[in-house]
Write a protein that binds this ligand. Structure first.
Ligand code: F6P
Length: 404
C-alpha cells in the first residue's frame, strides 16, 4: 500500500455537481484499494442545526454574522476530522463544501499543511441544467417545508454565494472542471500531487452503471416507411410500450430522457406509469436527424424523385448532409451535449433510460462503443429490443436484449 496521502478540497456554487463528484471519486478510489472518506459540510450542518434554521436563504447571507460563525465552525470541525483521518489509515480526504471565499480557502491551506492539497472547482452555468437540478434539490427534506417558495429560496442562496465567490487562482494546486462536460478547464500544480494521473482520468471519464437505450416503439411513419415527421405510435407501438413498462417495472428509473417528438414521449409515458417516481425530460438534443427537404418522404419517393440525393447519401451516409437538414456527422455535438445533460441530471441514480430514435441511438451507441464513422449509420437499432450499456472503469458491457 502506498504511504502517500492527499487532501482534495472541492469548491463551487450550490448545484454544480460537487457532492456527486465527491462520491464518484471516493467510489473509484475505493475500487483501486485507496482508502478515501468524504467530509461534507452540508451534512454536518444538518446534524448540528435544526433544518428549519438552515433552509432559508438568509442563513447564507454574509451579513448574517451569527450564521457565518456557525458555518466557519462546521468547516473547521470537518478540517479537523479530515486531518485526523489522514493521520490514521486514511489516504485521501475529500472536503465537500462551496468554499467560495478565498479567505476560507486560505485557512484550509494553512491548517491542512501536513500533506499535499488539491482544490477542485466545479463550474457549470447551463441554465437548463441548473433549473432541472434545482427541481431535484427542492425535493430534499431541507426544502420540502418551504413548499412553493423552495426554488426561489434556493436561487437566493446561490446568489448569496455568488456575491462572495472568487474562482481558484492563487491557490498552490488546483483543477477547474466543467462538471457538465467532464472537461478540465484549467489546472495548476506547484507541489507533487499523489494519485494525480488516476484522479485526472476519473474526472474526465463519462461513467454509466446501467444505460437502457431504447428506440421508440412502432410509429405510423415507421409503418409507411416514412422518415422524420412527428407521427404518433401505432396500436402495435402502444402494445410494445406497455411491454417495455412491464419489463422495467422492477428497475428503479428516476428519469427517462426523450426527444421532443410524440413517438418517444408516448413510449416513455407508458414506461413511466409503471414506475413509482419517474420524470420524463424531453431534450432537443435527442430529436431525430433532420432530413431537411426529404422530411416525411418514404425512401422509395426519395429514390424516385430525388435520385441524386439517394445516391449521394448511399455513397457516404455518415457525412451526407440532407439539403436544409443534417448528417450523422453534424449531429455529433448535440448528441454529446444531450448525453452530458442526461448523465448530469441522473447523477444520483444507477439506472438511466433514454428513449431515442434510430439515428440518435446509433450516435449514442457510438459514443460508448468504438465504431468506424462509415459503420455508425448502419448500427442495428431494432424496436423490439433495447441496448443495455455499462461503461465504468472496471466494466464494459453492450447487450441487445428482448423485452417482450
Ligand atoms: O425511419 C425511421 C428514422 O428514424 C427516420 O426518421 C430517420 O430519418 C431514419 O430513421 C434514420 O435512419 P437512416 O439514417 O438509416 O436513414
Amino acid at each position: 500500500m502506498s504511504d502517500e496521502k492527499l487532501y482534495i478540497v472541492l469548491m463551487g456554487l450550490p448545484a454544480r455537481g460537487k457532492s456527486t463528484l465527491a462520491v464518484r471519486l471516493r467510489d473509484a478510489f475505493h475500487k483501486s484499494g485507496i482508502t478515501t472518506r468524504i467530509f461534507n459540510n452540508g451534512n454536518l450542518r444538518r446534524t448540528y442545526l435544526p433544518i428549519g434554521e438552515t433552509s432559508r436563504s438568509e442563513f447564507y447571507s454574509s451579513e448574517n454574522s451569527a450564521a457565518m460563525e456557525l458555518r466557519e465552525k462546521i468547516a473547521r470541525i470537518n478540517m479537523e476530522k479530515a486531518k485526523s483521518y489522514l493521520c490514521k489509515s486514511g489516504q485521501i480526504a475529500i472536503l465537500d463544501a462551496t468554499n467560495a471565499r478565498r479567505k476560507r480557502r486560505a485557512v484550509i491551506e494553512k491548517y491542512l499543511n501536513d500533506h499535499p492539497l488539491l482544490f477542485i472547482e466545479c463550474v457549470n452555468d447551463d441554465e437548463e441544467i441548473l433549473h432541472l437540478s434545482i427541481q431535484e434539490k427542492i425535493k430534499l427534506p431541507e426544502f420540502v417545508r418551504l413548499k412553493d417558495k423552495a426554488a426561489k429560496e434556493f436561487l437566493k442562496r446561490i446568489d448569496y454565494y455568488r456575491m462572495i465567490y472568487t474562482p481558484l487562482k492563487v491557490e498552490r494546486n488546483y483543477i477547474r472542471i466543467d462538471s457538465l462536460q467532464n472537461m478540465i478547464i484549467e489546472e495548476k500544480h506547484s507541489d507533487v500531487i499523489p494519485f494525480y494521473e488516476t484522479l485526472r482520468d476519473y474526472l474526465v471519464t463519462d461513467e454509466v452503471k446501467n444505460l437502457f437505450l431504447i428506440r421508440h416503439t412502432e410509429s405510423e411513419y415507421n409503418l409507411e416507411n416514412r422518415i422524420g415527421g412527428d407521427s404518433p405510435l401505432t396500436a402495435k407501438g402502444h402494445k410494445q410500450a406497455l411491454a417495455l413498462g412491464q419489463f422495467f417495472k422492477k428497475k428503479k428509473i428516476s428519469y427517462i430522457f426523450t426527444s421532443r417528438k410524440i413517438r418517444t414521449m408516448d413510449t416513455a409515458r407508458t414506461i413511466c406509469k409503471r414506475q413509482d417516481d419517474c420524470r420524463i425530460v424531453s431534450l432537443k438534443e435527442f430529436d431525430e436527424i433532420n432530413a431537411g427537404i426529404c422530411e416525411k418522404m418514404t425512401y422509395e419517393q426519395i429514390e424516385k424523385n430525388m435520385p441524386h440525393i439517394f445516391k449521394k447519401r448511399g455513397a457516404d451516409k455518415y457525412h451526407y448532409v440532407y439539403p436544409s437538414g443534417e448528417s450523422y456527422e453534424t449531429m455529433k455535438p448535440r448528441i454529446t451535449e444531450g448525453i452530458k445533460k442526461a448523465f448530469f441530471l441522473n447523477r444520483h441514480a444507477d439506472n438511466i433510460m433514454i428513449v431515442g430514435h434510430q439515428a440518435i441511438n446509433r450516435m449514442i451507441l457510438s459514443h460508448f462503443l468504438y465504431r468506424r464513422e462509415d459503420d455508425v449509420p448502419y448500427i442495428f437499432v431494432p424496436q423490439d429490443r433495447f441496448y443495455h450499456i455499462v461503461s465504468t472503469h472496471n466494466k464494459k458491457l453492450f447487450e441487445l436484449k428482448r423485452y417482450e
